[in-house]
Write a protein that binds this ligand. Structure first.
Ligand code: ADP
Ligand code: AMP
Length: 216
C-alpha cells in the first residue's frame, strides 16, 4: 500500500502515520524527521536544511526530492510506504509521480487531515519530542507518564525550535500558499480522502482505518 498523509503542520500526520505503520506494518517516511536526523548528525545537507526549517520555510525542492528519491529506493519500501510531510509542493508531487512511474507503481490513496487554525496552534505549541528516539508527545492531549521524559526510552523531551508561536504563523502561511494546492492536485487524480482531524487521536485513526480497509 502506498499512501500520502496531507494536512497542515500539527494536523496529526506523524501521529497517525506511526499508528498506520504499527498496525499495518508499512514503512513510515517523514521528511521532517529525516531533516532533523541529518541536522543532528551535522551533515552539510542537514545544516543547509536547518537554515530553512528554523525560519518556518520549506527546504528547497531539489534537496528534498533528492532525499526522497534515495529513501524510496531502499528495500523496506518495496511492499509500500506512508509519506508524512512529503510532497509539500506541486513540484515535489510531480517529481514523485515521475519516480513512481519509472518504478511502474502508483499511489493507492492520499489522506487529507483537516482542522481549524486555532486547533493547529494548540497542537503545535504543546508538541514535545524525545531527543533520543523521536517519539512524539503533547503536553495536554498525549502527555508522557513522567513529565519531560519519554515513556519508551526515558530520553529527555524537548520543544522543536520551529514549534514556537512566531515560526508557526510563517509555517501556516507557507502551507496555505505552497502545500494546500496539493489537495486539488490529488482530488483531480481521484485518490483523495478528507477526514476530520478535530477528533481525538483514536477517533482520527478509526476514520483512517475505515478508509484503508476499503482499499485493502
Ligand atoms: P504533524 O505531523 O501533522 O505536524 P503531529 O502528529 O506531530 O502533527 O501532531 C502534532 C501534535 O498534536 C503532537 O504533539 C501530537 O501528540 C498531537 N496530536 C496529534 N493528533 C492529535 C489529536 N487528534 N488530538 C489531540 N492531539 C493530537
Ligand atoms: P515536519 O516534521 O513535517 O513538521 O517538518 C519540519 C520542517 O522540515 C518543515 O517545516 C520544513 O521546513 C521541512 N520539511 C519537511 N518536509 C519537507 C518537504 N517535503 N519539503 C520541504 N521542506 C520540508
Amino acid at each position: 500500500m502506498r499512501i500520502i498523509l496531507l494536512g497542515p503542520p500539527g494536523a496529526g500526520k506523524g501521529t497517525q502515520a506511526s499508528n498506520i505503520a504499527n498496525e499495518f506494518h508499512i514503512t513510515h517516511i517523514s521528511t521532517g524527521e529525516i531533516f532533523r536526523k541529518i541536522q543532528k548528525e551535522g551533515t552539510s545537507l542537514g545544516l543547509k536544511a536547518k537554515e530553512y526549517i528554523d525560519k518556518g520555510l520549506l527546504v528547497p525542492d531539489d534537496l528534498t526530492v533528492e532525499i526522497i528519491d534515495d529513501r524510496l529506493d531502499r528495500k523496506d519500501c518495496i511492499e509500500g510506504f506512508i509519506l508524512d510531510g512529503f510532497p509539500r509542493t506541486i513540484i515535489q508531487a510531480k517529481a514523485l509521480d515521475d519516480k513512481l512511474k519509472a518504478k511502474k507503481i502508483s499511489l493507492d490513496l492520499v489522506i487529507n487531515i483537516q482542522l481549524k487554525n486555532q486547533l493547529i496552534i494548540n497542537r503545535i505549541t504543546g508538541r514535545r519530542i524525545c531527543e533520543n528516539c523521536g517519539e512524539n508527545y503533547h503536553t495536554n492531549f498525549y502527555p508522557p507518564k513522567i513529565e519531560g521524559k519519554c515513556d519508551l526510552c526515558g530520553g529527555q523531551l524537548f520543544q522543536r525550535k520551529d514549534d514556537q508561536e512566531e515560526t508557526i504563523k510563517k509555517r501556516l502561511e507557507v502551507y496555505t500558499n505552497q502545500t494546500q494546492p496539493l489537495i486539488d492536485y490529488y482530488k483531480d487524480k481521484g485518490i483523495l480522502h478528507t477526514i476530520n482531524g478535530e477528533q481525538s487521536i483514536e477517533g482520527v485513526f478509526k476514520d483512517i482505518k475505515i478508509i484503508l480497509q476499503g482499499v485493502l
